[in-house]
Design a protein around this ligand. Structure first.
Ligand code: ZN
Length: 455
């Protein structure tokens, strides 16, 4: 039993002072109440560690490789995507495991307790399946277990190169399956997850309305009866136009007309929605999976957060391209995008909760729902996904309640204030460092020295 004493704790009923939180051997919170015994950990501040709801782990190794102007004068998302295909065309399963371990470690150090890995790199270079169809999925499971992060594995179904059902080519061939082979891959990946830590979850991810046709989407949704369903939706204007031309409706409109979208669904990006679509999606209970740093990096556009949250929609946050793993900056970037668009302040705050509080609550609640994970709250019975912060520094000293979160997110201290992180009770970060940092970084550096990065 681990016993944490905290000066301030954020619980579902609000801030509490001088609290004892106990974690049982199954990684769940066994007690939240007054201090009664000597602690194993004494901390200043204790918060739920949210789930990162959208990651493509291997893209971490491309961070910083796509910021120069290419030959195309209008450098766009699509030129980034071309480079991504070139990069991934050299990755072996060992490489993917090493990169994933690094990025999962970075997520834990950033205050995330778990990750939903939107995993689409399934096959060997050229598109031949590995002898073990779920080879790459097993590497993700292994990397997550090594890093100690809670995992929601989302094997991705990817069938076509566009809405016109053109065949996959080049780097895309490593992603592709017909629905039958995908379902076999999914079953094998589910078995690998079941052999892993008890808190791991299997879900499914039809990639997008570009890469999966209506029949493929229906098949995948019907055949995987439980667990979260994630899909990229309305990320880029060109994608919206393509879906409109082929399916006769905008992506969000089409999805809501054709599927019973509910809390099992997490729609990633949702950047290009009309106001009507924004309100309609908010009412379904689905999570809008926001990735503000990546959306900024790729120039996607601005999610309509004020309307979506105003309609009681649920959002969560993901690191997507993993160009920068920084939970608090994801939250800040969303808020600042709304302020810049509307020339406003405290855009997402409510009468009762400050901006930082709204953002952290959203990240914890939405992340847990999107991950199908029983976490996101410091309450008896929930998985102990927790982060502890120091307040003996220039950013958080003498801050109480919601001002802690506002200072953390907007004040500059951010991640440097994190002292400990637990994922389902696994104490993986202490004094701000991951317990396997040196070994994981060494292995990653060895991998990177072998890979071509000059395109
Ligand atoms: Zn993505």
């Amino acid at each position: 039993m681990q016993v944490i004493h905290a000066n301030q704790v954020l619980t579902p009923s609000g801030w509490q002072s001088c609290v004892e939180v106990k974690i049982d051997a199954n990684g769940r919170i066994a007690h939240v109440g007054p201090v009664s015994q000597s602690p194993t950990h004494q901390v200043a501040l204790l918060l739920p560690a949210p789930q990162n709801l959208h990651s493509h782990a291997f893209q971490r190794a491309m961070a910083g490789l796509t910021e120069a102007k290419g030959p195309d004068p209008r450098d766009s998302f699509w030129s980034w995507r071309r480079l991504m295909y070139k990069f991934l065309d050299q990755l072996t399963p060992e490489d993917v495991e090493a990169i994933a371990a690094l990025v999962f470690m970075e997520m834990l150090e950033a205050g995330y307790g778990a990750v939903a890995e939107f995993h689409y790199l399934h096959h060997d270079v050229g598109g031949e399946p590995y002898e073990n169809l779920a080879e790459m999925s097993e590497r993700i499971v292994a990397a997550a277990a090594h890093a100690g992060i809670g995992l929601t594995l989302l094997p991705v179904h990817y069938q076509f190169g566009g809405c016109d059902r053109r065949a996959l080519n080049g780097g895309q061939r490593r992603f592709g399956n017909d629905p039958d082979r995908f379902l076999r891959l999914h079953a094998d990946a589910a078995a690998a997850v079941a052999r892993g830590p008890a808190d791991a979850v299997i879900g499914v991810a039809p990639h997008s309305l570009r890469a999966v046709d209506p029949l493929g989407l229906r098949t995948v949704v019907e055949q995987t009866a439980s667990g979260p369903i994630h899909m990229h939706l309305a990320e880029q204007v060109a994608e919206v136009d393509e879906v409109l031309a082929h399916l006769g409706a905008r992506p969000t409109e089409w999805l809501l007309d054709n599927h019973a979208v509910d809390g099992r669904w997490c729609l990633i990006h949702c950047t290009q929605m009309t106001d009507d679509e924004t309100v309609a999606l908010a009412r379904t209970g689905a999570v809008a999976g926001l990735c503000p740093i990546t959306e900024s990096s790729l120039g996607d556009g601005i999610f309509n957060g004020t309307t979506y949250l105003g309609a009681k929609g649920t959002v969560g946050f993901g690191s997507d391209s993993n160009i920068h793993i920084a939970l608090f900056e994801e939250l800040k970037t969303l808020e600042y995008s709304q302020r810049l668009r509307d020339r406003s302040r405290a855009a997402l705050a409510t009468q009762n909760r400050s901006t930082g509080r709204v953002l952290l609550d959203a990240a914890a609640t939405g992340g847990a729902r999107a991950g199908g994970r029983d976490s996101g709250r410091i309450e008896v019975g929930a998985l102990a996904d927790l982060m502890a912060l120091d307040d003996d520094n220039e950013w958080l000293c003498n801050r109480r309640g919601d001002a802690v979160l506002d200072s953390l997110i907007f004040g500059g201290g951010g991640q440097s204030c994190i002292r400990d992180v637990w994922s389902a009770g696994r104490h993986v970060v202490a004094r701000g460092r991951h317990f396997r940092r040196d070994a994981i970084v060494d292995r990653y550096k060895q991998t990177m020295t072998r890979l071509e990065t000059d395109f």
